[in-house]
Ligand binder design. Structure first.
Ligand SMILES: *[C@@H]1O[C@H](CO)[C@@H](O)[C@H](O)[C@H]1NC(C)=O
Ligand SMILES: *[C@@H]1O[C@H](CO)[C@@H](O)[C@H](O)[C@H]1NC(C)=O
Length: 501
């Protein structure tokens, strides 16, 4: 990755204040010029003292602004500025109100076309939220689902990064836009929330590198995490990030350092001025390019990593009640292009004639490959489930489909990273089909074998997956939610692991 020559907009911005020096959250809302002036001065001084004073980086200022907004009396009643929270009265901070209905043209939520420095494109009065990818494709899909759920509960506009290749093409594949995979217009309508992608905000063809203060959730949930969660996104996007560790209470189980999960609503509280003003900020890390230390940005709320997040349990997105799944994940449908491509692969694999509809089928996902590392001393032939175990689950799905849907489904399509030809011969002998990816990369690019297989899984009326595989878990949930289908999961890890009812 070649970084651009740095041309920076001096001076470094003051994160709490916009160009007019007017407080963005803590001190907003007056129509009276001199009051604003007074207030912004007071706040600036208050902020500067609280932030860079001898106490170190403690943002403890409260800018109290009381305005009578009744039409008759539009004069200032009281302006109180203090450097410490006032214990006796609640601070009057103005929480940004989401419009009763969002403009669904997401571009209305920006100043215009992508700008060299992203800050120039953020619209005054609109708050945003973002996070960074980098944990494998399916996990990044979950991470974006969690980002969108946080956007919903904080009333912020999500700004989604592209997918970065971690495994795909040995990490050398090009990046992939969220909107190339998921149907954003449909998702926006289902969520009632506009969705932006980073490339709409910032123009990375330009040389400008700009700084951003982010929270490192990763360093807060496990105290032995010395670095923010690894991601190549900021350097790819010419963002220079300074990270602040949030308080330990963002963890779902603060007493358990082995638990990687953060709590949705604890993270959400960071998006609001009351919590923010009460937090004693840790010293931010120095950004790698411009050597900046910045407190977390308030307009572009940024969290380094959102894969392990829940409201109640670890790995809860797998549960049927998971709010992130119910309010967001189930609405993340493929783009029409991907649906059509997957359908053409299914038709080819099942030898469907040109004028016939695609028949209902059962998809099977068998993950081997790097799962061998989890076998821990158990010989592979015992560790991975035998074909007979997979066949038994396929048969169960067929029986249940007959009982519940009254259909006989004999078409089976298998996807797997297994390379052993003998194993595939066994698949063929059972008259199960396999998508032919011999030209997929050449025709569609490195990401598409994965994308097409995932869409094939989710288009099925029955699904048999591999225990512990997130690819299988998400496929199972889609087949259940989208198609009312029937699913089974094959266990593995020791001999006869799947021999259960
Ligand atoms: C950042 O700090 C490093 C090491 O102190 C220095 O070499 C580099 O020139 C600095 N960069 C900028 C943009 O100030
Ligand atoms: C897969 O497709 C390629 C090229 O289209 C073809 O040559 C090959 O025979 C196909 N393989 C199978 C097993 O059908």
């Amino acid at each position: 990755m070649q970084l651009p020559t740095i041309s920076i907009r001096p001076p470094a911005y003051e994160p709490l204040f916009d160009e007019q020096g007017k407080g963005r959250n803590a001190c907003r809302g007056s129509r009276v010029f001199y009051a604003l002036l007074l207030l912004s001065l007071g706040c600036t001084i208050g902020f500067a003292m609280a932030t860079w004073g001898p106490e170190g980086l403690a943002v403890s200022e409260t800018c109290l602004a009381r305005f009578d907004t009744s039409p008759q009396e539009s004069t200032v009643l009281t302006v109180t500025v203090s450097a410490a929270p006032v214990a006796t009265s609640r601070p009057e901070v103005e929480v940004w109100d989401r419009p009763s209905s969002w403009p669904m043209d997401a571009l209305e939520l920006l100043n215009g076309p992508p700008t060299a420095a992203f800050k120039d494109n953020l619209k005054k009065g609109v708050n945003y939220i973002t996070t960074f990818p980098g944990s494998g494709w399916t996990n990044d899909v979950i991470l974006y689902m969690n980002l969108l759920y946080l956007a919903l509960i904080t009333d912020r506009v999500p700004v989604i990064p592209f997918f970065t290749p971690t495994h795909v093409g040995l990490g050398l594949a090009p990046t992939l836009l969220f909107g190339e995979v998921f149907d954003i217009p449909r998702l926006q309508r289902a969520l009632g929330l506009p969705i932006l992608e980073w490339h709409q905000v910032k123009d990375i063809e330009k040389e400008t590198v700009d700084s951003l203060g982010c929270w490192s959730v990763w360093k807060a949930v496990q105290t032995f995490n010395r670095e923010p969660h690894a991601t190549s996104f900021p350097s790819r996007f010419k963002l220079d990030v300074s990270y602040t560790t949030p308080p330990r209470w963002v963890a779902m189980a603060p007493e358990d350092d082995d638990d990687k999960h953060a709590s949705f609503w604890s993270l959400a509280s960071l998006a609001f001025p009351e919590t923010r003003s009460q937090i004693r900020l840790e010293i931010p890390t120095i950004s790698p390019l411009l050597n900046q230390t910045l407190p977390p940005d308030e307009q572009m709320l940024c969290l380094d990593y959102l894969y392990y997040v829940g409201v109640k349990n670890r790995h809860e997105w797998e549960s049927d009640w998971s709010p992130a799944w119910r309010f967001v994940g189930q609405h993340m449908h493929w783009t029409p292009k991907i649906v059509e491509l997957a359908d053409s692969y299914v038709r080819e694999a099942l030898l469907v004639g040109p004028n016939k509809p695609t028949p209902p089928y059962i998809s099977v996902h068998v993950r081997h490959g790097d799962f061998a590392e989890l076998c821990k001393g158990v010989a592979i032939k015992y560790c991975f489930a035998p074909m007979s175990a997979i066949a038994r689950r396929v048969e169960e799905v067929q029986n249940e489909l007959f009982e519940t849907h009254g259909i006989m489904v004999d078409k089976v399509i298998v996807t797997s990273d297994e390379e052993d030809q003998a194993w595939w011969k066994d698949v063929t002998e059972r008259e199960w089909a396999r998508p032919n990816h011999s030209r997929t990369v050449e025709l569609h690019g490195l990401w598409y074998p994965t994308l097409i297989d995932s869409a094939i899984h989710s288009g099925a009326i029955g699904f048999v997956g591999t225990d512990q595989s997130t690819v299988s878990i998400i496929a199972r949930k889609r087949v259940t939610t989208w198609n009312g289908g029937v699913t089974r999961t094959v266990k593995w890890g020791k001999e006869n692991a799947d021999d259960h009812e």
